[in-house]
Design a protein around this ligand. Structure first.
Ligand SMILES: Cc1cc2nc3c(=O)[nH]c(=O)nc-3n(C[C@H](O)[C@H](O)[C@H](O)COP(=O)(O)O)c2cc1C
Length: 241
């Protein structure tokens, strides 16, 4: 029975291009909302199993290109957290490694776009959701991040994005959050209504992304990631409805 509901789930999420089996009537009933509670239990169990199989892909943008950067440690933490908790497949999009030149034109208007710009665009486009880890520099987010954001446009549209802010001081980069949110709003991205702010970062995470206070960090990350995953699922529903 659970297997059957797994098929229903896959069908609803367009993971199967065609469904050619005797389940069709049941599926139609489900979609008409005719399932009773015992069916619901099987369906929920199937969703639980399948969510571990069909994992979403979350990219983490590490924004600082500064020598001796500390916010990268927070990116590593998220990568470890998502992997250890089997919440998503993940990769870090490291702006230091991309080393984009100062912005001259958007990808759309480039005659011969560099391979790394095309790769960056593809990674943003193919991610189900994105975590941006940004430090605060003088009350804003770094030029390296604006430089990369401005390269693209369509790729950001409706993209679920969670913003984690980092500072050397005690306020956790809240001012960078405000300015980055506004930019992403202009680009029609979906920024999630949850914060993950890291004050005094050099005392909070080591160079392998290990938090000094793991219990507290994981507690905050759970709330933050839950919101991002909710937004990702809402986005999927919207596109498969
Ligand atoms: C140019 C510059 C400006 C900064 N401005 C602020 C600031 O406005 N508020 C703050 O709390 N920390 C500020 N800091 C401290 C950074 O938030 C801190 O160094 C943090 O580690 C930066 O991230 P990164 O190490 O990954 O580059 C600033 C640092 C730099 C280099």
């Amino acid at each position: 029975m659970t297997l059957f509901f797994a098929i229903v789930y896959l069908k609803r999420h367009q993971q199967m291009l065609s469904l050619n089996c005797s389940c069709t009537n049941y599926i139609m009933n489900y979609e008409r909302g005719l399932f009773n509670n015992s069916y619901k239990q099987h369906y929920q169990k199937a969703i639980k199993i399948l969510k571990t199989i069909i994992m979403r892909h979350i990219s983490i943008i590490s924004s600082s290109v500064r020598e001796g950067r500390k916010s990268h440690n927070v990116s590593l933490y998220f990568q470890n957290y998502l992997t250890e908790n089997k919440l998503a497949t993940t990769e870090i999009i490291d702006l230091k490694a991309y080393n984009f030149p100062i912005f001259e034109s958007t990808l759309k208007t480039m005659v011969n776009p560099a391979i790394n710009v095309l790769e960056f665009a593809e990674k943003i486009k193919s991610s189900d959701g994105i975590i941006i880890v940004t430090p605060e520099y003088n009350g804003g987010y770094p030029a390296s991040l604006k430089n990369a954001i401005d390269l693209l446009y369509e790729e950001w549209k409706h993209k679920p994005i969670a913003i984690a802010t980092v500072s050397g001081g005690p306020f956790g980069g809240n001012q960078a959050l405000v300015s980055l949110q506004f930019t992403l709003w202009k680009m029609m991205a979906w920024t999630i209504p949850a914060m993950f702010s890291v004050p005094t970062v050099d005392k909070a995470y080591d160079e392998n992304g290990r938090p000094m206070d793991k219990a507290n960090s994981d507690k905050l990350a759970a709330i933050f990631i839950k919101e991002l995953l909710w937004c990702i699922e809402a986005d999927k529903q919207e596109h498969t409805a």
